[in-house]
Design a protein around this ligand. Sequence first.
Ligand code: PLP
Length: 398
Amino acid sequence: MTASNVDTSVNWKPATQLVHGGTDRSLHGETSEALYLTQGFVYDSAEAAEARFTGDEPGYIYSRYANPTVSMFEKRMCALEGAEAALATSSGMGAVSAALLCQLNAGDHIVAARALFGSCRWVVEKLAPQFGIESTLIDGTDLDAWKSAIQPNTKVLFLESPTNPTLELVDIAAVADLANEIGAKLVVDNVFATPLYQQPLQLGAHVVVYSATKHIDGQGRCLGGIVLSSEEWISEKLYDFFRHTGPSLSPFNAWVLLKGLETLPVRVALQTSNAARISDFLAESQHTKRVIYPGRSDHPQAELARRQMKAGSTLVAFELAGKSQAFAFENALKLIRISNNLGDAKSLITHPATTTHKNLSEEDRAILGISDGVVRLSVGLEDIDDLLLDIEQALAKL
Ligand SMILES: *Cc1c(COP(=O)(O)O)cnc(C)c1O
């Protein structure tokens, strides 16, 4: 670090950390974060190379292990999350699979809330058993279900909150208490809430994971992910797994994500207020059977939402009469685009039953409340009047 970096001894607020946190200026004193597009590093002497490898001298060795641009992204995320350490990954799934597999052995057991992002569910339900790791999927909103799923070999609890696509909440603090009682680790996938509106580590979770592809980039450009936890857990559990299996984030994508973090609070605040307005509008419509938004007082877990989240969400889920109505609505939209992605500056709509959740059985979809009429809207940064106009004209065609 050079004197051109900001004073890190001050406890700067989150928005300030998102602009300056982790910045490590080179001797040129560049304003914007430097992009170190390099695979490796050179040493002044054979002795220096040896010292780097023994760890006697700090410094970079190879970009699969660490890279200066990626380190800036990790440090900025740590500052935001209040985490001691982090490792950035090439995608959200790189983060989830590494965070789970690095700490599980054959014979261990994982309990997960069944309302999981599709690939997360595949890792828990299909991949883990291939390595002799038992798994149980439960209704995450039911604390008794967590308790009764616990076995003597339970080592990891895993959840998302709010869930995709039905925006149910799981009581993170209560599940964290349970994990502590049995000496297990709680891993929370915090994509939907964003690091601004929910802080799992403060609520007692041991590990938090993100798909940075979503709000952190927020502009549809690149994939990325990150795992954050204590210094001890990252170095003892994750580091060797990460270093030798190679889910590393590219420096270029880390640079894009660093720029994304600078504007994260402004984007997420506007997307959330747009989503709140849209959820109120939809709740008044005769075409919607149900509107699910964690910021509304009619959300089934509104009290928990107030307790563990600082604001609603940038996503709204709602139910139309059936598949033909959902398709007709999507096809009638003139501004909002059909896409399975979320957290983007562009508003995006998806029909989970035929896209993101089509691999689940009809029975599993029914258990999760994903009927053929459910659509999920990821609200973007467009003018709220235009968004409401688009939704209104598309509903009028039903
Ligand atoms: C998108 C997403 C993931 C996977 O992230 P990728 O970057 O697409 O690999 C995991 N969990 C949740 C909740 C997500 O929304």
